[in-house]
Design a binder for this molecule. Structure first.
Ligand code: NCD
Ligand code: ZN
Ligand code: ZN
Length: 446
């Protein structure tokens, strides 16, 4: 073998389900060899990561990058810098944009606008278009997955109509397309929201009341009925309640699911103190829900940890009127640190973290050559300092959203470096190259 582009040495790498002291040879963005350094080819460049742990590049399947007409909240640059700083090498971008990602034209526009501006790899979701021809074209154009919001109507899909939902989901099945679902029932949420607004009831408790557990349960049960008829599986975004976790546990043929760090670490009592910075949909729940989510995580009912990075401007987060607060918080730069901290506390193993943040995302969202360190796989690597203690400080975020409910948390575990397609994107607090590639799904091998 001739000279390769890059050699990663000195670290403990996660290879074939265990940690080994070995080096990785990288060429043209791919892993070409793994072994002890003397047995590996010479390289143009060597990076030594002594005392660090080298994980497969972590994947966040739930990110709102905004940009376009929402660039005041986040841009492709700021959002993917935040991802790199948070130890993520591939992220999936949500479609509730302005303009909406919902048609071949809007998908094309968004993808073209992202080109050359991304620090990590980005795949794109689309909303479910009403028109089957548009659906097929979106699949051919390489959309990674579809997103169904049961909490709010988008485009011309009638989410109150079971038959319409069934025919959209049938298309997903026909094309083997992954589909993620926001499972909160629109009828319940909007009824309460309208009622509270008309009565000028605007304190933070009313948001919790409108986004009740029942709203999550109802959406899930309704979906389950449709999925049993179709015999297809969907991915549930940001699972938040014990009851929903039970439904999923009993119906693994029809559901995979993700949970966010905020639903794992924060209960709704923090809203009194944090106000808008702790408002998101679905909302924070009770301590017993949290206990149940952790239990479900240990029992492999939860497949993925995802951030639901949903940045808004500061002005959109500070109001005493909860209906004026935009739900959602930034999460890219706190997710991995919080999970590494949990590893240090013995709440989960590092192997399980890799499963939840790399292997399962790659499998469920069908991202080829991602999720594992192995020969032939993409050279996407997340390098962590498992023991470094530090304080979460949102004023230092790369994201435009410089606030967080985790402000001031002391964590052990630091995303030290991020390598994307063999290029160093982030190293010890500093950002370097825009090495990200757009991830196009290949459903048809034409
Ligand atoms: C998200 C957003 O702001 O786009 N907000 C949120 O509270 N999670 C939308 C979503 O993920 O449902
Ligand atoms: Zn959602
Ligand atoms: Zn979201």
């Amino acid at each position: 073998m001739g000279t390769v582009d890059l050699l990663i040495t000195g670290g403990n790498i996660f290879w074939k389900n265990r940690f080994v002291e070995a080096s990785i040879a990288i060429d043209k963005g791919k892993i070409v060899a793994i072994g002890k350094e003397p047995n590996l080819p010479k390289a143009e460049k060597t990076l030594n990561f002594k005392d660090k742990i080298i994980l497969p590049g972590l994947i966040d399947v739930h990110v709102h990058l905004r940009d376009q007409n929402l660039s005041y909240k986040e841009t492709f640059e700021s959002g993917t810098m935040a991802a790199a700083a948070g130890g993520l090498t591939t992220i999936l971008d949500m479609p509730n944009n302005d303009p909406l990602t919902i048609s071949p034209e809007s998908f094309n526009m968004r993808v073209n606008s992202a080109r050359g501006r991304i620090y990590v790899n980005v795949g794109f979701y689309s909303l479910l278009p009403g028109d089957p021809t548009d659906f097929k074209r979106l699949v051919e154009m390489g959309v990674t997955a579809f997103k169904l919001y049961l909490n709010k109507p988008y485009g011309n899909l009638d989410i109150s109509n079971d038959e319409d939902l069934a025919s959209s989901l049938l298309l997903c099945k026909k094309f083997s397309m992954p589909i993620a679902v926001h499972a909160e029932d629109y009828a319940i949420i909007s009824k309460f929201e309208e009622q509270f607004k008309s009565l000028n009831l605007s304190n933070f408790n009313y948001f919790l009341h409108a986004h009740s557990k029942e709203a999550e349960i109802k959406a899930l049960l309704r979906l389950l009925k449709i999925l049993k008829n179709l015999n297809y599986k969907v991915h549930i975004s940001h699972l938040s309640t014990a009851e929903a976790a039970k439904i999923i546990a009993e119906n693994r043929d029809y559901f995979t699911c993700e949970v966010t760090p905020h639903h794992l670490f924060l209960d709704s009592t923090v809203i009194n103190r944090l106000k808008g910075f702790a408002i998101m949909a679905p909302p924070l729940r009770s301590k017993s829900d949290i206990t149940y989510l952790w239990r479900s995580l240990r029992h492999r009912i939860i497949d993925i940890i995802a951030s639901d990075h949903a940045p808004h401007s500061l002005a959109e987060k500070i109001s005493e009127n909860v209906w004026k607060v935009k739900p959602g918080i930034p999460g890219l730069e706190t997710m991995l640190p919080l999970m590494l901290d949990s590893v240090n506390k013995g709440l989960l193993s590092l192997n399980r973290l890799v499963e939840l943040m790399a292997e399962n995302p790659a499998r469920i969202f069908r991202l080829p050559f991602k999720g594992f360190i192995d020969i032939g796989f993409d050279a996407d690597l997340t390098i962590v300092d498992l023991h470094r203690k530090w304080l979460i400080n949102p004023s230092k975020f790369m994201s435009k959203a410089k606030y967080s409910p985790f402000n001031g948390f002391e964590v052990a575990g630091y995303p030290f470096a991020t390598i994307v397609k063999g290029r160093l994107v982030f190293f010890n607090g500093e950002i370097f190259e825009r090495a990200g590639e757009i991830v196009f799904s290949k459903r048809f091998s034409s």
